[in-house]
Design a protein around this ligand. Structure first.
Ligand code: HEM
Length: 212
């Protein structure tokens, strides 16, 4: 695939790929695989990507299926079904990580961390393990790599620029979610004060207590 970028040093459009920093690289990748259109708006490619992602995740870790809606990987199920809704939520989360992850910008990183902590709060009840988080990152990178291949992204550019930047973003996201989840779990639960109940010795005592 022919690609070009604006070189701000020589102020010309040059053939090839710009690799100024992770955020720009990831944005460029999103456009290279058609995940976003020329104006940066999400396209239908995202729906195919998450469907592929969940199919592979459940193949790699079948035990996870029980925690998700039954129609999670059923592309023909109703669009307003639980599976489609979950895929849409994940897509939004992935797009948000891809667009916000920017190690050079403290404010954007703080905003991303706030989003990740909120997601971690929602995940707490699912009790995901480190291995499951690692599986999510590796399956997602595998799917993104395949979309790169089918979009004719040169393999060396995938290996040298896109994959490392995406890996850093996704590892950061899952690391922050795991850290936030364990911080929530480690918080001491405030016990309500124990009510001391008088223990009835006899049936009459219990009736007397009930009437008091
Ligand atoms: C970087 C890693 C992950 C991201 C970005 C992510 C993202 C999300 C998002 C956005 C939701 C929807 C939350 C809501 O609004 O209710 C969700 C739900 C869920 N996630 Fe994750 N997740 C990640 C890792 C994991 C892992 C490792 C597990 C393994 C157990 C997991 C299991 C679930 C389950 C069971 C749900 C709820 C599905 C339902 O409501 O039926 N997630 N995830």
């Amino acid at each position: 695939m022919e690609s070009s970028f604006y070189c701000d040093k020589c102020t010309q459009i040059l053939p090839g790929w710009a690799v100024p920093d992770d955020n720009a690289v990831i944005r460029e990748f999103a456009s290279a695989i058609g995940l976003v259109d020329a104006a940066g708006r999400p396209t239908k490619v995202g729906a195919a990507l998450v469907l592929d992602f969940y199919s592979r995740l459940l193949t790699a870790a079948p035990a996870l299926a029980a925690r998700f809606p039954q129609d999670l990987v059923d592309a023909s199920a109703a669009l307003d079904g639980a599976g489609a809704k979950q895929r849409d939520r994940l897509l939004r989360a992935v797009l948000s990580v891809m667009s916000t992850f920017n190690p050079g910008d403290e404010q954007r990183m703080a905003a991303l961390i706030a989003v990740l902590e909120e997601m971690a709060l929602k995940h707490q009840r699912h009790g995901a393990t480190i291995e499951e988080y690692a599986a999510v990152v590796s399956v997602l990178l595998g799917v993104l790599g395949d979309f790169a291949r089918t979009s004719n992204v040169p393999h060396n550019i995938w290996l040298e620029a896109f994959e490392p930047a995406l890996r850093r973003a996704l590892t950061f996201a899952s690391g922050r979610m795991m850290a936030a989840e364990s911080a929530i779990t480690a918080q001491p639960v405030e016990e309500p004060p124990t009510e001391v109940l008088e223990r009835p010795e006899t049936l009459e005592d219990s009736e007397a207590l009930a009437q008091s």
